[in-house]
Write a protein that binds this ligand. Structure first.
Ligand code: AMP
Length: 316
C-alpha cells in the first residue's frame, strides 16, 4: 500500500482484511510503498508521518509484526535495482495499455503522466518478486498489475533461468468498495470513511452519503442494488440485509434511518481497531522498532534474491 495518508474502509475490505486472515497460513510481507506514492505526487513533506500512520492502521487492523515483516520500500535498495532489470523485459506499449493507469488518469483528471507512473507496475513486479510472492492479496484495480508481474516473471525465467514464481492475485468479496458518492472509495476522490474516524465523524459522513436519487422521501420505493449504503450493509450488517432490502424496496424504510443503522454497524466493526490504535499511538517507540525489525528481515530476503538474479544473468 502507498502511504498517502490514513487508510479507509476500501483498504480494509479490499486488502487489509485478507492480509490479517492469511497471516497464519502464509509467510506475509507488507510493503509501505513510499516510492510508489511519488507517482502521483512528488511532495515528500509528510511521507514519514504518513508511513507511520499507515503502519498504525495495519497494526490496529490486527497484523502481527512477529509473523509478518512490515517495511518501507525506500529502505530496501534491491527494489530499485530489480525494477531497472525488469524495465528491460516489458514494452512501453504494454504499459500504456494498463487499464488501471487509464482509470487513474480519468479519475484524477491528469493531463500528463510521469515516466515513473507509467512504470508503476514494473516497480510493483519487483516489490512482489523480490520476496518470491506467489499470492498477492489486493483490490480489484490491482489485478492488471498482477498480470504484468506474471508476464515479467515468465519473461525473466525464459530469458535467463527460473528464479521467480508466477504470482496469483487474491481478491475479497468487497474488492471494489464504493465511496460516499458512489464512485470507488479513494483518498484522491475525497469520498472516504477512514479506519481512524471517530464515531461522530462516521455518523456525519454517512448522513451525506448519496442514495438512490429516485427515493426522495420515506415511502418512496428504493433500489438497494444501486445504493452504496446497501453495499455497506452487505459488508458490515450482513444479518439484516433481507429486511433492509424489503424495507427499502417497499418504501417502509427511510434513507435516514437506514444510514444511521449502517453508521452504527460500521462503528461497531471498527471498535477493536480503535482500541489497538490508541495503544500504538501511545507506544511510538514500539511502532518504530517494528519498522526497523521488518526492514532487517526484508533486506535479508531481498539480498538473497538479488544474488540469484545476478547469477541467473551471469552478472555474478
Ligand atoms: P493504494 O492506496 O492504491 O495503494 O491501495 C492499497 C490496496 O487497497 C490495493 O490493494 C487496492 O486495490 C486496495 N483498495 C484501495 N481502495 C479500494 C476500494 N475502494 N475498494 C477495495 N479495495 C481498495
Amino acid at each position: 500500500m502507498r502511504p498517502t495518508g490514513k487508510l479507509h474502509l476500501g483498504h480494509l475490505t479490499g486488502a487489509l482484511e485478507n492480509w490479517v486472515a492469511m497471516q497464519g497460513e502464509y509467510q506475509n510481507y507488507h510493503l509501505i510503498a513510499d516510492y510508489h506514492a511519488l507517482t502521483t505526487n512528488p511532495d515528500t513533506t509528510n511521507i514519514y508521518e504518513n508511513s507511520i500512520d499507515m503502519l498504525i492502521d495495519w497494526l490496529a487492523a490486527g497484523l502481527d509484526p512477529e509473523k509478518s515483516p512490515m517495511f518501507r520500500q525506500s529502505k530496501i535498495k534491491e527494489h530499485t535495482e530489480l525494477h531497472l532489470i525488469f524495465s528491460m523485459l516489458i514494452t512501453a506499449a504494454r504499459l500504456e495499455r494498463n487499464p488501471t493507469l487509464k482509470e487513474q488518469i480519468r479519475d484524477l483528471a491528469m493531463d500528463n503522466v510521469v515516466y515513473g507512473h507509467l512504470g508503476y507496475p514494473v516497480l510493483q513486479a519487483a516489490d512482489i518478486l523480490l520476496y518470491k510472492g506467489d499470492v498477492v492479496p489486493v483490490g480489484e484495480d490491482q489485478l492488471p498489475h498482477i498480470e504484468i508481474t506474471r508476464e515479467i516473471a515468465r519473461r525473466f525465467n525464459s530469458q535467463y533461468s527460473v528464479v521467480f514464481p508466477e504470482p496469483e492475485g487474491k481478491i475479497t468479496k468487497f474488492a471494489r468498495l464504493p465511496g460516499l458518492d458512489g464512485k470507488r472509495m479513494s483518498k484522491s476522490v475525497g469520498n472516504t470513511i477512514l479506519l481512524s474516524d471517530t464515531p461522530e465523524a462516521i455518523i456525519k459522513k454517512l448522513r451525506t452519503a448519496v442514495t438512490d436519487p429516485q427515493k426522495v422521501r420515506k415511502g418512496d420505493p428504493g433500489r438497494p442494488d444501486i445504493c452504496l449504503v446497501f453495499a455497506y450493509h452487505n459488508k458490515f450488517n450482513h444479518s439484516e440485509v433481507p429486511e433492509i432490502r424489503e424495507g427499502c424496496e417497499s418504501g417502509k424504510l427511510g434513507c435516514v434511518d437506514c444510514k444511521m443503522n449502517c453508521a452504527k454497524r460500521i462503528i461497531e466493526a471498527l471498535a477493536p481497531n480503535r482500541e489497538k490504535r490508541a495503544y500504538y499511538e501511545a507506544h511510538m517507540d514500539e511502532v518504530k522498532n517494528i519498522l526497523e525489525n521488518g526492514e532487517q528481515r526484508a533486506r535479508t530476503i531481498a539480498e538473497q534474491t538479488m544474488t540469484e538474479v545476478h547469477e541467473a544473468m551471469k552478472l555474478g
